[in-house]
Design a protein around this ligand. Sequence first.
Ligand SMILES: Cc1ncc(COP(=O)(O)O)c(C=O)c1O
Length: 404
Amino acid sequence: MKSSFIRELLKVTSQPDVISFGGGFPAAELFPIERTRAACDKVLKENGSKALQYATTEGYDPLRDWIVEFTAKQGVQVTRENVLLTSGSQQALDLIGRVFINRGDRVLTESPTYLGAIQAWNAYGAVYETIDTDDDGLNIEQLEKVIGHNIKFQYVLPNFQNPMGVSLSLERRKKLVEIANKSSVPLVEDDPYGALRFEGERVPSVAQLDAEYNGCDNGTMSGSVIYTSTFSKILAPGLRIGWVIAPDEVIKKMVQAKQGADLQGSTFDQYVAYELARGDWLDEHIETIRRVYKERRDAMLEAFEEFMPVGTSWTKPKGGLFLWLRLPEGCDTVELFSLALEEKVVYVPGAPFYPNSGPKNTMRLNFSASNPELIREGVRRLGNMAKRSILLMRSSHPSLRTQE
Ligand SMILES: Cc1ncc(COP(=O)(O)O)c(C=O)c1O
């Protein structure tokens, strides 16, 4: 096990004058603090003795039922038995590892992919078969080539992927589902950001397309997809409530695994989350989050145009929290991190997101946690750092001097 590079990095970069695009933090000023206080009061007044007691591993039934309805609105019909509440979707990933991975098993991931999944599955001895991800998501041609290589399951992030912010096109989603069904390799769909689309039409989830592919007219879970999502980005990550949707037999195994891990999630937090989620308020709140994040993404893209030197490029996400910046080839964003600290700006180097190996000139930037003025100033500093790094790189690799 290695400690998460990002978590270590966040420890050294929390000085007040540093602008951080590092963490994957939602905008803290949008947290519903007063509403949460009222929900806590209500839960304690009306259900205090139950909310403070041990409860079932599966989670609080009204909240599981709310998730059933939420999932139905996205085109997939499930029952309460298909839903397990977890301590964030991070725990869902860990439980998937516990249930499915034997040491040496091959897991297929995008490259780059979510670091937390790699961290969870390294503990169970997974090895990774990777496929490149471009601006339309994972490369299907590569997938077709490796899918026969004894793969245990495939892990995909179709919406506003962490780290790149890109989304899998509808065409590729359909192909992915077809390949998964023909090869009988299950799909794990990790979707923490799907509700945070601020541009373009909603694209059906892989779980929905899988149900349609299998001819389940009413969208009943077909058995090929394990889907996970979370309240972390639409409510608050401090609640630590995520969920898995999977066929009953998979949920039963994950429940056993969860009992060994923590017996159950926090009963109290689940009661409070249910109070916050029921009714219409959460939909309005998600609208607000989308509006604010769109402003912040726009601010970052505009500032790139103004401050980034020739030779840099970036993704243009239509939702979520992150985008991906590429410096010219030859730059190494791990080595350049000290230069960024001198400029008092922080990013996450891209290299750790590649499960095996990948280019060194990339970085992940978060736009949700800073207001537009801070974003502009942070990108100005980042632009300075990029210009300095290009000069440095050219002086140490004279052959690159002619490249613009
Ligand atoms: C892709 C992805 N999956 C899972 C998680 C875990 O989130 P949580 O455990 O807060 O639900 C994150 C967090 O940033 C993420 O980006």
